[in-house]
Design a protein around this ligand. Structure first.
Ligand code: NAP
Length: 259
């Protein structure tokens, strides 16, 4: 299927690795020029070069921390008028809420709630004027079913989800959609670090925990960044203009509800 977005411009946040990288690749394969960012220049440049080689699109890079105002300004200077915005940042650390102070909560809110909101604020009116815009927020399956050790994530992402539910109904009239993509377990660096916490708690090795959790998923495995990216590209497609304010769960069927 031709997604009808060749020649569009995308700003893909936190995209040197994992799910953001998968989204950048899938958009680039559709002919979208991408600006990708991450804090560490080495892996960022390596990913950019791989995307250029495989797809031939223009790839810009910005080494910045997107959870800071300075980082957001750098990203927006490199890609001031994106047609597509993929909001993403590292997830907050796991732990017990008794150990988190105000600074821990502010960091989580900055990265996983306020940064997406500020980036939308900076770009959505341009999208509305141009009569095309697609915003995808990478959130988490924790929005539907909280994950015990990820209280900071459960809280911050729920706040973003509530805000998006309102705004997304205001923009769709102008062919600007805003949706959330909720990853369950995907095989990325982030998953591996969370597995270590769970493995230590259970007193088994990371490899044993990894195999156990993969087997427990109804799909018998974890998801791949490629699968995630392809879903993101479809949500950004020309054909997807009638879907907004939705929370698309990708979890191999783990969530047990009928709806
Ligand atoms: P990952 O493999 O660890 O990749 C994270 C990417 O984000 C890297 O490119 C990293 O590069 C970049 N990054 C992190 N913090 C950043 C910041 N402040 N500014 C700019 N770039 C930043 O993680 P992932 O698995 O793709 O996860 C992506 C998001 O999905 C996270 O919020 C995670 O909590 C959420 N999620 C993931 C899963 C899963 O199973 N993988 C499940 C649910 C939710 P640098 O470190 O160089 O900045």
């Amino acid at each position: 299927m031709d997604l009808g977005i060749a020649g569009k411009k995308a700003l893909v946040c936190a995209a040197s690795k994992g799910l953001g990288r998968g989204c950048a690749f899938s958009l680039a394969r559709e002919g979208v020029d991408v600006t990708i960012l991450a804090r560490t220049p080495g892996p960022l440049e390596a990913t950019a070069e791989e995307i250029r080689k495989e797809t031939g699109v223009t790839v810009n890079t910005v080494a910045c921390d997107i959870s800071t105002e300075e980082g957001r300004n750098m990203a927006l200077a490199a890609c001031p008028e994106p047609d597509i915005l993929v909001n993403n940042a590292g997830g907050p650390p796991p732990g017990d809420f008794r150990d988190w102070d105000r600074d821990d909560w502010i960091k989580a809110l900055d990265a996983n709630m306020l940064t997406p909101i500020f980036l939308i604020k900076a770009t959505v009116d341009g999208m509305i004027e141009r009569k095309f815009g697609r915003v995808v927020n990478i959130t988490s399956a924790a929005v539907k079913a909280p994950i015990e050790i990820l209280g900071l994530s459960n809280g911050a992402r729920a706040g973003l989800t509530g805000f998006i539910a309102g705004l997304s109904r205001k923009t769709v009239r102008h062919n600007v959609t805003i949706n959330n993509l909720l990853p369950g377990p995907f095989d990325t660096d982030r998953l591996h670090s969370n597995m270590k916490v769970k493995a230590d708690q259970a007193g088994i090795s990371v490899e044993e925990m990894f195999a156990k959790r993969a087997a427990e998923n109804p799909a018998g495995r974890f998801g791949t960044a490629h699968e995630f990216g392809e879903m993101c590209a479809f949500i950004c497609s020309d054909q997807a203009g009638f879907m907004t304010g939705q929370n698309f769960l990708m979890d191999g069927g783990s969530y047990p509800g009928t709806l």
